[in-house]
Design a protein around this ligand. Structure first.
Ligand SMILES: Cc1cc2nc3c(=O)[nH]c(=O)nc-3n(C[C@H](O)[C@H](O)[C@H](O)COP(=O)(O)OP(=O)(O)OC[C@H]3O[C@@H](n4cnc5c(N)ncnc54)[C@H](O)[C@@H]3O)c2cc1C
Length: 414
């Protein structure tokens, strides 16, 4: 029987960052995954470290948006009809949390954690030799219509209150930043304090390698074997059973599979999303991610090519892929940027693990001594992985956390 101080279940960007932070504090740690490090949700995201996040994505407020989504004519959201009854309670809670006053409250609650997002990555990247993945070039959002741009006023107000810089640009201003963009939009907003990475998988692997260099071990095993034995937690791995006083659940969209067996219920749903890689035509290039706001997709320069990622799809996590959103997105993406040939054959599908109030759960699992949760990072798992890792490691080692953990307590769903 092997023993360790802590076992972290799930080697996505969140679990790997937690494991690395624990190892940096001198704990003996095992990171357990049934697959390879960083190859699930954390592989295929848009690569943005969204330290500038103010409002989370909200339930559509306009009838026109709802009708477009219902008629499956919206590029920003799709759904499987058969799945709607199952996800309805979650959608109602999400709609409730999307009321304007609640969004402002959420923005205030999450700011301290998000404000550390880029700096916490930089610390880990410097140690892990991963700085070459980091681009501190901000991100650009383009708006084709006046209405969508005018709707940003509350966000601009809060940005000013939070001291977050932004630049509202006309097409010429955007063109100066990104000369390959075609001026099919009326307005753009540049958020200089966001950063991005050219290879999210490379970043997670580099953090895992640093974890191993500090004495951490990465093991293969099924997290669903976790059970209590005396005062410790035990998980079965390919190397045999492993006991630990502390256990962290960081299983992303699979977290509920384990938590349900322990009698822990979180309102965790998934917003599925897809990506495809393309070559750029000629010498066209991008220096940063670009969001085509009304069309609901992102274009990000990656090592593999230009990565186009989709918005949300409400469907069962394990349902077959249905990348219909690309039919809508591609004509708009080709209008915006000179997209060339496909750079890969496969369409990637991932599932954002989402709680209805758009805040992750980071902290103790209620009623389970020694069990900790780092789940539900939704649109911001890459962004918040290292900040989450630091906060949780501080809590687990009885150091006052760098930011108030109260907004992230699981008990808010009790
Ligand atoms: C299209 C798209 C675009 C996105 N863009 C961004 C972005 O630009 N910026 C950003 O910050 N975020 C973005 N996200 C969100 C981000 O990717 C996720 O929040 C993040 O990857 C979640 O990380 P995680 O570590 O919680 O989960 P995962 O990366 O899914 O890791 C969970 C791990 O648990 C393991 N696991 C599951 N079940 C078991 C089991 N039974 N036993 C053992 N191991 C198990 C899996 O193998 C996996 O390695 C995007 C997501 C999508 C889908």
């Amino acid at each position: 029987m092997a023993r360790t101080d802590a076992v972290v279940l799930g080697a996505g960007i969140v679990g790997t960052s937690v494991a690395l932070h624990l190892a940096r504090r001198g704990m003996s740690v095992a990171l357990v995954d049934r697959g390879s490090v960083g190859e699930q949700t954390s592989y295929g995201n848009a690569g943005i470290i969204e330290g500038n996040t103010i409002f989370p994505p909200a339930f559509p407020s306009g009838v026109d948006s709802l009708v477009r989504i219902a008629l499956k004519r919206a590029s920003e959201a799709n759904y499987h009809l058969s799945f709607l009854p199952r996800v309805l309670p979650w959608l109602l809670a999400f709609r409730q949390a999307s009321r304007p006053a609640r969004l402002v409250e959420t923005a205030r609650l999450i700011r301290p954690l998000f404000s550390r997002a880029v700096a916490e990555h930089e610390t880990l990247m410097a140690e892990a030799g991963a700085k070459h993945y980091l681009r501190k070039t901000g991100w650009l959002k383009v708006y084709r219509g006046e209405k969508s741009f005018a709707a940003l006023a509350p966000e601009f107000d809060l940005a000013a209150k939070f001291g977050l810089p932004l630049q509202a640009l006309d097409p010429a201003g955007a063109h100066a930043l990104e000369p390959s963009l075609h001026p099919v939009f009326a307005h753009a907003v540049f958020w200089p304090e966001a950063a991005s990475v050219s290879n999210p998988l490379g970043v997670t692997r580099a953090y895992a390698a640093r974890f191993a260099a500090l004495g951490g071990v990465v093991l293969s095993g099924d997290a669903r074997s976790l059970h209590r034995t005396g005062s410790r937690w035990r998980v079965e791995t390919d190397e045999g059973a492993l006991d630990a006083a502390e256990c962290v659940v960081a299983l992303g969209p699979w977290s509920s599979d384990l938590l349900a067996t322990l009698g822990l219920r979180l309102p965790l749903a998934v917003k599925r999303g897809y990506h495809r890689h393309f070559r750029a035509q000629g010498n066209a290039s991008l220096a940063r991610p670009v969001l085509d706001a009304e069309a609901g997709y992102l274009v990000t320069p990656m090592e593999q090519g230009i990565r186009i990622t989709t918005g949300a799809e409400f469907a069962a996590r394990d349902a077959a892929p249905s990348p219909a959103q690309f039919d809508w997105i591609m004509p708009r993406a080709r209008e915006l940027f000179p997209i060339g040939e496909r750079a890969d054959e496969k369409t990637w599908l991932g599932s954002r693990p989402c709680l209805p109030d758009s805040r992750p759960v980071i902290g103790r699992a209620p009623g389970h001594p020694g069990l900790w949760l780092a789940v539900g990072h939704a649109h911001w798992g890459l962004t918040l992985g290292p900040a989450t890792g630091r906060m949780l490691a501080e809590m687990m080692t009885d150091v006052p956390p760098f930011c108030d953990p109260a907004p992230y307590r699981a008990e808010r769903f009790s």
